[in-house]
Design a protein around this ligand. Structure first.
Ligand SMILES: [Zn+2]
Length: 411
C-alpha cells in the first residue's frame, strides 16, 4: 500500500467546483507544532469542499448582509473614539486586504485605527512601496515592527529544515502582534479581514448564518509550555543557540492569560470585517488600488498567473512552492480556486491555468531566501526533496514526476 507523509490522505480528492483537494492542511496544524498526524483542512460534502460550501452560502443569501452591517455599526459605535486615542488596530503589511480594512474603517465608519505592520521576513520593493502608499495615499498612522533579523533567520531555517515551512515563526508573530499592540496601547478592538473559513478552514457542520469566527485560541492565548518553533520546542532552541534568550522569542510567542490580566484591555475584542461585510477578493484589489494607491507587481508572480496577491515578502514565493511540494497544491491552484468561487473564471479556465503555471520554480527570489537561512542551493534542494510524499511524487531518473495529474480533476 502506498504510504504518505504527515498523515495526508493517500487518495487525493478534488473539489467538484474549485480545484482544491483534501491534501490542503488545516491552517492551524500547518503553522503550529505538527509532530503528530495532520488532519485535512478541507472537509467535503456532496463533492464540494468547505470553502465552496461557504462561498455558496454567501451568494445564495443564507447570510443577511444588511443585518450584519447593522451589527458592525453597533460594534464600532461602542469603540469609536474622537479624543485622539486610537480605537482599533488593523494589522497590515500594506497588502490589498488589510489596507482596505483600515480604509473602510477610517473613511466609511469614521474610526481612528492604528495600523501595525509586522515586517515581512524579506520585504520586496513592491511590498514596501505599497506600505508607503497606504500611509501616504490612503492616509494612516502606522507602526512598523521588525523583529530581530538574526533570530528570524535561525527560526526560519529551523522551520525550513524540520517542516519545510520557513514562514512558520513569522506566522506566529503576525498573528499575535495586533493583540499585543492593542494591550500595550489600551485599545479594545482588533479587526482582521476575511474569516478563515473563506479559504476552507471550517467545519461543514458550521452554522454559517449564526456562527462567528473566533480568533484562533492557540495563537491568541497559549498558557501551556508546549510551544514549538519549526518543530523544535522553544526550550531546545534556547539550548541550541546559547545567545538567544527567552525575551528574544517574545515577538514570536502567543499571548498568555497573564498578559491579558495585566493589561487595561481585558475586554479586548478580536473581530473579522469579512464576517460583517461581503468579502470579494477581486473587488478588494480594485478598492485598494483606488483608495490606497496599491500597485500590482511589475511582473507575473512565479508559480501563478497573477501579480497582485501576497507580493510583499520574498518568502511567499518559497512558501507557496513548499506547499506544492508537500501537498501538491501550488500557488496557481489557490488563486484559481478563489476566482472560480467568486465567479470570475470557470473551472476549465482554472484547470488550463494550473496546467500552464502550477509548480513553476520560483526562481526570482529563491537565492535570497536560501541565503537568508544560511543554506546553499544544493542543501536547500536536498531538504525540499525529503518532503515529497510518495503518494504525490515519483523519481524517474533524475527528475521528480508528479503522480496526481490534472487529468484526474477533469474526469
Ligand atoms: Zn471547492
Amino acid at each position: 500500500m502506498i504510504k504518505s507523509l504527515f498523515g495526508l490522505p493517500t487518495k487525493v480528492q478534488h473539489c467538484k467546483k474549485c480545484l482544491l483537494t483534501n491534501q490542503k492542511p488545516f491552517s492551524i496544524n500547518e503553522t503550529k507544532n505538527f509532530k503528530g498526524s495532520k488532519k485535512s483542512g478541507l472537509e467535503f460534502k456532496d463533492g464540494l469542499c468547505s470553502a465552496c460550501h461557504y462561498s455558496n452560502a454567501k451568494d445564495n443569501s443564507v447570510i443577511n448582509w444588511e443585518k450584519r452591517e447593522i451589527l458592525l455599526r453597533k460594534l464600532l459605535d461602542q469603540h469609536r473614539k474622537t479624543d485622539g486615542n486610537y480605537d482599533c488596530i488593523v494589522s497590515t503589511s500594506g497588502g490589498k486586504d488589510s489596507s482596505t480594512i483600515a480604509h473602510i474603517l477610517k473613511y466609511k465608519y469614521q474610526m481612528n485605527p492604528l495600523t501595525v505592520t509586522y515586517s515581512p521576513i524579506l520585504y520586496t520593493d513592491i511590498g514596501f512601496k505599497n506600505l508607503r502608499a497606504m500611509i501616504n495615499i490612503g492616509g494612516f498612522d502606522n507602526l512598523l515592527f521588525t523583529p530581530n533579523g538574526k533570530l528570524t533567520s535561525i527560526l526560519a531555517r529551523e522551520a525550513f529544515v524540520n517542516l519545510l515551512h520557513p514562514m512558520q515563526p513569522f506566522k506566529f508573530g503576525i498573528k499575535s502582534i495586533a493583540a499585543k499592540t492593542a494591550l500595550r496601547y489600551g485599545i479594545k478592538l482588533v479587526m482582521f479581514g476575511e474569516p478563515y473559513y473563506e479559504y476552507g478552514s471550517a467545519k461543514l457542520s458550521l452554522d454559517i448564518e449564526n456562527s462567528k469566527p473566533s480568533y484562533d485560541i492557540d495563537w491568541y492565548v497559549n498558557d501551556s509550555d508546549d510551544i514549538y518553533f519549526g518543530g523544535t520546542h522553544y526550550k531546545d532552541i534556547l539550548k541550541k543557540y546559547q545567545w538567544i534568550k527567552s525575551n528574544d522569542l517574545y515577538p514570536f510567542m502567543p499571548l498568555t492569560s497573564k498578559d491579558i490580566e495585566n493589561s487595561r484591555s481585558q475586554s479586548l475584542q478580536v473581530e473579522y470585517l469579512g464576517w460583517y461585510l461581503k468579502w470579494d477578493p477581486q473587488e478588494i484589489y480594485y478598492y485598494a488600488s483606488k483608495n490606497n494607491g496599491y500597485f500590482p507587481d511589475t511582473q507575473r508572480t512565479d508559480g501563478t498567473y497573477g501579480r497582485y496577491a501576497a507580493i510583499d515578502d520574498k518568502m511567499e514565493w518559497l512558501h507557496y512552492y513548499t506547499h506544492y511540494i508537500k501537498f501538491g497544491i501550488g500557488r496557481t491552484r489557490f488563486d484559481a480556486s478563489q476566482e472560480i468561487r467568486s465567479g470570475h473564471i470557470t473551472r476549465d479556465e482554472g484547470i488550463a491555468l494550473c496546467k500552464k503555471f502550477e509548480g513553476e520554480y520560483p526562481k526570482r527570489y529563491m537565492k535570497d531566501c536560501f541565503s537568508f537561512m544560511n543554506l546553499s542551493e544544493t542543501e536547500a534542494h536536498k531538504i525540499i526533496d525529503k518532503f515529497r510524499s510518495p503518494h504525490l511524487w515519483k523519481k524517474v531518473g533524475k527528475r521528480w514526476e508528479r503522480l496526481q495529474e490534472l487529468k484526474e480533476i477533469i474526469e
